[in-house]
Design a binder for this molecule. Structure first.
Ligand SMILES: Nc1ncnc2c1ncn2[C@@H]1O[C@H](COP(=O)(O)OP(=O)(O)OP(=O)(O)O)[C@@H](O)[C@H]1O
Length: 243
């Protein structure tokens, strides 16, 4: 089975531990939610997956087409080469570049440069609003449109697995719903494999198939059926109650 596996991962910053023995899996074509309130380690975990933070223990494996690749000790650009891509928290666009130049910049990575026009066409087909606004400066677009651009940018390396860090941050509630629905539509039309970190659990579990709760750096709950989650139970789990 094709999947991303995080196995007994511990990580931190200097002497400060953040993640403790975290294990989870994301199967091909699944949208899995990683839920937790601020500061519980969601970004740290996604940054470990991308190689920006090096774990002190554990492994990150990509099992794909019968080949198992250990991503744990690879630098970020090699991890991208293996088929992973991130939509970082806060989007991190280049605000003074146009929509298209933000996309071209991501797609000019030597690994995918020869597919740049194809990948750009795919982004525009997936998000027509970005084509309409291709000459607009990224920084002048609305928050929701900037989030779509950040998602499109991550597609410019033609990934197998994407990790999305808190797509709802800084967006008005009505826009959050639209962005989350767009992520779901993208996943359904492309069969992408997605791990999405969120603290706005209500929206996240409405589109995820499974969900993990990260509290105080540990996976404290795993819900096999996101649609059936009891909200009060989830809220308590996210606050670290009963742990
Ligand atoms: N670069 C860093 N150096 C030191 N400590 C950090 C660093 N980044 C995060 N931390 C700490 O690690 C812990 C987990 O933070 P992390 O950003 O992973 O959590 P999060 O669940 O993603 O929350 P947020 O929504 O605030 O990003 C926090 O205590 C945070 O202060």
């Amino acid at each position: 089975m094709n999947r991303l596996i995080i196995e007994n991962l511990s990580a931190g910053y200097g002497a400060v531990p953040v993640l403790h023995d975290v294990s989870l899996e994301v199967n091909e074509a699944e949208l899995v939610a990683l839920l937790g309130t601020n500061g519980n380690g969601k970004s740290t975990l996604l940054n470990c997956v991308m190689g920006f933070v090096k774990p002190s223990k554990g492994r990150i494996l990509l099992e794909w087409d019968g080949v198992t690749t250990n991503l744990t000790d690879l630098p970020p650009h090699e991890i991208v080469r293996k088929g992973l891509s991130i939509v970082p928290e806060g989007r991190r666009l280049v605000p003074t570049l146009s929509v298209e130049d933000n996309l071209r910049l991501a797609g000019s990575n030597p690994m995918v440069r020869d597919q740049l026009e194809k990948n750009l066409a795919f982004c525009y087909e997936t998000f027509p609003i970005l084509q309409e606004r291709r000459r607009q400066l990224a920084g002048s677009m609305s928050g929701g449109q900037q989030q779509l651009l950040a998602i499109a940018r991550c597609l410019m390396t033609a990934p197998k697995v994407i990790v999305i860090d808190e797509p709802s941050v800084g967006l008005a509630p009505i826009i959050v719903g639209q962005v989350i629905d767009t992520i779901k539509a993208l996943q359904q039309s492309t069969n992408l494999t997605i791990l999405m970190a969120e603290q706005s659990f209500f929206q996240a579990i409405s589109v995820a198939s499974r969900a993990y709760v990260l509290a105080h750096g540990r996976i404290t709950r795993h819900f096999n059926d996101a649609a059936a989650i009891d909200h009060d139970e989830l809220r308590r789990a996210m606050l670290g109650a009963g742990h």
